[in-house]
Design a protein around this ligand. Structure first.
Ligand SMILES: Cc1ncc(COP(=O)(O)O)c(C=O)c1O
Length: 401
């Protein structure tokens, strides 16, 4: 067996299952889960129709190419042009992926290089808290992870200045997540400028995870990594690849569809890796994806639903918890003023509401876990259900005081 497998951490939901094991929630309350970040708004019918039409018209009768149909990559480039004002070559600067999760993982395997004879393994730098795939991808790529905490006092911006030059010098890959999971923070242009400078100086690659980019609460849509690069005169996107997904934008988490775009040399290597990895997108999914990327009306409606939901729930919770409307995403990242695991466990037992302890999606470093004392609440259920969960949480917190 591959010994690196033993370095993988239990997934947060596995830990949650253990935390809740043996508890029977009060049967007076029906279960409500704010635990998993799985979109639950209905899938738009035109996407389902495109999928089924393609399947009925022979799409399943041949092997797909890993690069995808030219029309698919043109749909990616068209969307990047409309959303970010970017000029992208669909042939060399985009690739389809089966959701951003597998792509983030596979990309690390493409980028990371062993350092034979070196005294220490290569490093992957990750925000903390973070999406757990970054860590698993690094560990299975024989790298170590350097976690960089986000700072609650600066809207949860990641404290890149806390990373030493010696650490950057060993870094081969940096994961950034904007809008962030779980904090919802969007990286401004100045932060991108700083990261590009560091990448130029030390040669590391930046993987920019942007799967929440279309769910936002400010007037201005979130700045994308490629957009920041273009604004800073880096139109070749050197050492930068962005990861985008339909899962949250179009409510199709089960379709497994996204794309990567950026540095053509990196994508050429990534295509080679993917050809062997065997991760080509089904032609039926390609057809449905072309339809989805070409339509913005359903995305605007989806955003409207999240905005309405967050505007109802956030003020209720802000009365009892340290929480505010995020820049973007569909999570509330709330300070509970005590143990996050006890909070989650007791809330489940007494009110049958599931939230994720923040310490499960962050790692302790130098004696501090930046997720401790916080919980992540995914407002993915429909609005009234989220409001009912908030009502129970308010009651729960008031009773605990
Ligand atoms: C930060 C982040 N990145 C990537 C993903 C993967 O999403 P998908 O594979 O559906 O594109 C998720 C899913 O929850 C996520 O939270």
């Amino acid at each position: 067996m591959n010994p690196l497998l033993s370095r993988l951490q239990p997934y947060p939901f596995e830990r949650l299952r253990q935390l809740f094991s043996g508890i029977t929630p009060d049967p007076a309350h029906r279960p409500i889960s704010l635990g998993i970040g799985e979109p639950r708004h209905p899938t738009p019918p035109f996407i389902i129709d495109a999928l089924c039409d393609a399947a009925r018209n022979g799409a399943l009768a041949s092997y797909p190419a890993t690069v995808g149909e030219p029309r698919l990559r043109e749909a990616f480039a068209g969307w990047l042009a409309r959303r970010y004002g970017l000029k992208i070559d669909p042939q060399t600067q985009t690739l389809p992926v089966s959701g951003s999760r597998e792509a983030l993982f596979a990309f690390a395997q493409t980028v990371l290089q062993p350092r034979p004879g070196a005294s220490a393994p290569p490093l992957v730098v990750s925000p903390n808290p973070f999406y757990q795939i970054y860590e698993g991808a690094a560990l299975l790529g024989s790298a170590d992870v350097h976690y960089v905490p986000s700072d609650p006092k600066r809207n949860f911006a990641v404290d890149w200045d806390a990373v030493s030059d010696a650490t950057w010098a060993r870094t081969q890959l940096l994961f950034v997540c904007s809008p962030g999971n779980p904090t919802g923070a969007v990286m401004p242009l100045e932060e991108w400028r700083r990261l590009f400078e560091l990448s130029d100086r030390h040669g590391f690659v930046i993987a920019s995870d942007e799967c929440y980019s279309e769910i936002y609460f400010r007037d201005e849509p979130p700045l994308g990594g490629l957009q920041a690069a273009a604004q800073l005169g880096r139109g070749d996107f050197r050492r930068l690849v962005s990861f985008t997904s339909l899962s949250k934008r179009s409510n199709v988490p089960g379709m497994r569809s996204g794309f990567v775009a950026g540095d053509a040399a990196l994508l050429k290597a990534f295509l080679l890796y993917r050809t062997y990895h065997g991760s080509a997108m089904s032609p039926a999914v390609q057809a449905a994806s072309i339809a989805a990327w070409g339509d913005e009306a359903h995305v605007a409606e989806n955003r409207r639903l999240y905005r309405e939901k967050f505007s109802r729930v956030t003020p209720m919770l802000a009365e009892v918890l340290d929480v505010q409307l995020p820049d973007a995403g569909f999570y509330l990242w709330a300070g509970v003023g005590g143990s996050d695991t006890e909070f989650a466990r007791d809330l489940y037992a007494q009110y049958n509401v599931t939230v994720l302890p923040g310490s499960y999606i962050a790692r302790e470093r130098d004696g501090t876990n930046p997720g401790a004392g916080r919980v992540r609440m995914a407002l993915v259920a429909e609005s009234d259900e989220c409001v009912e969960a908030a009502r129970r949480i308010v009651q729960f917190v008031r009773e605990r005081r």
